[in-house]
Ligand binder design. Structure first.
Ligand code: ATR
Length: 278
């Protein structure tokens, strides 16, 4: 029996054990995916334990995505570019850090919304950790990345970091969706439990017809932002797609097999619906 798990603090709410476990079962892989709650002081020991022969690897989530870097043996290009790791692969005791958050987001755009980012103007709302991975992946894919943030200095810093890596990105002063082909909410606005559930980070009535509105928040499944987009007649993509596709890329790194994406979606949706009933 092989082992994988998610490392964070807390991780009790994580959907990864549910959909990765379902993926292992569907693929006929004898492996278990566990939740590994890990306070900062325990992180070095936890990472060391991943070198065991039975361990495929792990996911890393808040608050350890950046502090984990020096504990690993090697970083792939995505992790080095973004400066954060969400996936660790154990190659016979050698730990390699990857970042599938941004690539998972781009996969979700391609496969769940039929949106090819090459050459397209994309507006990111937010400049925190989540926006960072997405900004780099979109820029690498050839999108024209525009970044707005409530605190403008953070947007300017992120755009400068993307440009310093040799890609195109600009910070913008207002969250005006006009002229963008895709607008992504990377802020926590609208997320359950934040007190902003009724709010949206921008006025989508100013968006061009056909602009794809994406939210990376997946609880609730339809945020106020996505509801406003739907009411404005825009195509929409919810946050579960990014979560599943970052996990699918991790599954592929650990197993070398194509991930059973529909099975993963179904397991995650069932868990979310079950949680909603409690
Ligand atoms: P994450 O890693 O999830 O991105 P984060 O780094 O804390 O979390 O970033 C949260 C993002 O949501 C930031 O862009 C934040 O804007 P600031 O940099 O100005 O704080 C944004 N955000 C949070 N609450 C917001 C609100 N009420 N209105 C607009 N943006 C908000």
């Amino acid at each position: 029996m092989k082992l994988a798990g998610v490392i964070g603090d807390p991780v009790g709410h994580s959907l990864s054990p549910t959909f990765q476990g379902a993926a292992f079962r569907a693929a006929g892989i004898d492996a278990r995916y566990e939740a590994w709650p890990t306070p900062l002081a325990a992180l070095p020991g936890r990472i060391e334990s991943l070198r065991g022969t039975d361990v495929l690897g792990a996911n890393v989530t808040i608050p350890h995505k950046e502090v984990v870097l020096p504990l690993l043996d090697e970083l792939d290009r995505s992790a080095a570019l973004v400066g954060a790791v969400n996936t660790i692969v154990n190659h016979e005791g050698r730990l390699v850090g990857h970042n599938t958050d941004g690539a998972g987001f781009v996969e979700a755009l391609r496969h769940e919304a039929s949106f090819a980012p090459e050459g397209q103007p994309v507006l990111l709302l937010g400049a925190g950790g989540a926006a960072r991975g997405i900004a780099f992946a979109l820029a690498v894919a050839g999108a024209g990345v525009r970044i707005w943030n409530r605190t403008p200095a953070r947007a300017e810093r992120l755009a400068a970091d993307v440009r310093a890596a040799g890609f195109s990105a600009t910070a913008v002063a207002t969250p005006d969706p006009a002229g963008a082909r895709c607008v992504v909410n990377c802020t926590s606005v609208g997320m359950e439990g934040t007190g902003t559930e009724g709010d949206t980070p921008c006025d989508l009535h100013r968006a061009d017809p056909g602009t794809l509105a994406v939210d990376i928040v997946y609880k609730p499944a339809e945020t106020a932002y996505l509801k406003a987009a739907r009411n404005a007649g825009l195509p929409v993509l919810g946050g579960l797609a990014m979560l599943i596709h970052q996990g699918a890329l991790g599954f592929e790194l650990w197993t070398g097999l194509a991930a059973p994406v529909p099975v993963m979606f179904e397991a995650a949706r069932a868990a979310l619906a079950g949680a909603g009933q409690r």
